[in-house]
Design a binder for this molecule. Structure first.
Ligand code: PMP
Length: 420
């Protein structure tokens, strides 16, 4: 059973001791209440949902109950939920599954330049397999224009995929407008909602997407589990073949423990999201205000905090003139602060972020980026700890930088079309 402990009580035991964890976009702790909800499925109710005996029946009952709760979280029907091994697999099933099944209707797919690396690589794969891909540009804040999307639709367009929000700069896309643009065209609209889930309300009754990718860990559930929401009537070819689980769309024995964990995580998130996001936003807003006021030549990447289209409430993504993002992350690591240069999924490459380049930043500007993302167990004091270290880190690295000629506080970086 789920404990009634408040997230903040549970928070005392969450997170690596002594470390300020400000990289929630890369990975989140599993909420201790979720861990508790999962435990019976490891040693008691461990059956295979496909078995005919009672142990299997109990697993089936747990699986279907969890499916209904996950469906409720996004306003879907239980039969519209397909469990996968994560958001990467959900994205593969959505795009490859839809393209392969619906090839005869057309060969054109539209994505944006700001998509997660999984969507970008799937698009390349589809291109090699005969599909035509349009990659929509984004503006300097990272937003895609529904008008530009409309202009690129052809009779051959079968699918549009636009992430609900950027996992790097936190820009929220005009998803409702895009859904409206596509309504009645027969073109299916997919959105990778991983960066947005748990931070902005998502209800498929209000925003009629055809497919939606979700991840369990992004709502403080276990990693290694994702969901593809598949609206009734949208037909896919499976990409994993086997025993025909998940109505033939995703073979493989269902991980009932993780699925029960995601259901618990969804219930907790639904109950706590409004208060939680307000608290996280206040922490984020304070960090942004202090960084811009206290560190010379610091800029916020992405949309301004008061942009009407919106920015995820947990995201603070900066650039600092003449300082490398990796050097800042490593120096902060020495100060027991966990931050990021951007997407963890692409952080092992030395290429600058494709999203920042698409926003119009120069390579050297994109390389000077540092991302902080907050979450359920973040605390007010985290901002003080970050600000006790960051100004010194930036100043020291600039002393070593031949590129930095110490302009006065507030001088614009110049170059690119990047937001000031
Ligand atoms: N989409 C987005 C927007 C992501 O940030 C991520 C990574 N968290 C993924 C997809 C892939 O998720 P996973 O690694 O769980 O497959």
């Amino acid at each position: 059973m789920m404990s009634s402990a408040k997230a903040t009580d549970a928070g005392a035991a969450v997170g690596p001791a002594g470390v300020v964890y400000a990289d929630y976009q890369s990975s989140k702790p599993v909420d201790p209440r979720v861990v508790e909800a999962m435990l019976p499925y490891f040693t008691q109710n461990f059956g295979n949902a496909a078995s005919l005996h009672g142990v299997g029946d109990a697993a089936t009952a747990a699986l279907e109950e969890a499916r209904a709760r996950v469906a409720r979280f996004i306003g879907a029907e239980p039969a519209e939920i397909v469990f996968t091994s994560g958001a990467t697999e959900a994205n593969n099933l959505a795009l490859i599954g839809y393209a392969m099944r619906n090839r005869r209707k057309g060969d054109h797919i539209i994505i944006t330049e700001a998509e997660h690396i999984s969507i970008l690589n799937i698009a390349k794969y589809l291109e090699k397999n005969g599909f035509r891909i349009t990659r929509l540009p984004i503006d300097l804040y990272g937003r895609v224009s529904p008008k530009k999307l409309r202009a690129r639709i052809t009779d051959e367009t079968i699918l549009v995929s636009v992430g609900w929000a950027s996992n790097e700069i936190g820009t929220i896309q005009p998803i409702a407008e895009i859904a409206e643009t596509l309504a009645g065209t027969g073109i299916v609209f997919h959105s990778d909602a991983v960066a947005a889930e748990g931070l902005v309300p998502i209800d498929v009754r209000e925003t009629p997407v055809g497919m939606l990718s979700l991840s369990s860990n992004d709502i403080y559930g276990p990693r290694g589990l994702g969901v593809l929401y598949l609206r009734k009537g949208v037909a896919l070819a499976p990409v994993l073949l086997g025993g025909g689980q998940e109505r033939g769309l995703r073979s493989g024995t269902e991980d009932v423990a993780s699925i029960a964990g995601m259901a618990a995580a969804a219930d907790i998130m639904a109950a706590e999201m409004p208060a939680e996001t307000a608290r996280i936003k206040a922490i984020r807003d304070r960090l942004v205000a202090r960084v811009l006021a206290e560190i010379p030549d610091a800029h916020l990447n992405g949309a301004p905090l008061d942009h009407p289209g919106g920015r995820l409430p947990n995201n603070a993504h900066f650039r600092f003139a003449a300082v490398e993002g990796e050097a800042m992350v490593l120096s902060l690591r020495d100060a027991a602060i966990a931050a990021s240069t951007g997407s963890a999924c692409s952080s092992k490459t030395l290429e600058p972020s494709h999203t920042l380049i698409s926003c119009g930043l120069l390579h050297e500007e994109a390389h000077g980026s540092l991302e902080f993302t907050f979450g359920r167990f973040s605390k007010e004091e985290d901002v003080d700890r970050i600000m006790a270290a960051l100004p010194g880190v930036v100043a020291r690295l600039r002393e070593l930088s031949p590129l930095y000629n110490k302009p006065p506080v507030g001088k614009a970086l110049g170059g690119g079309k990047g937001p000031a």
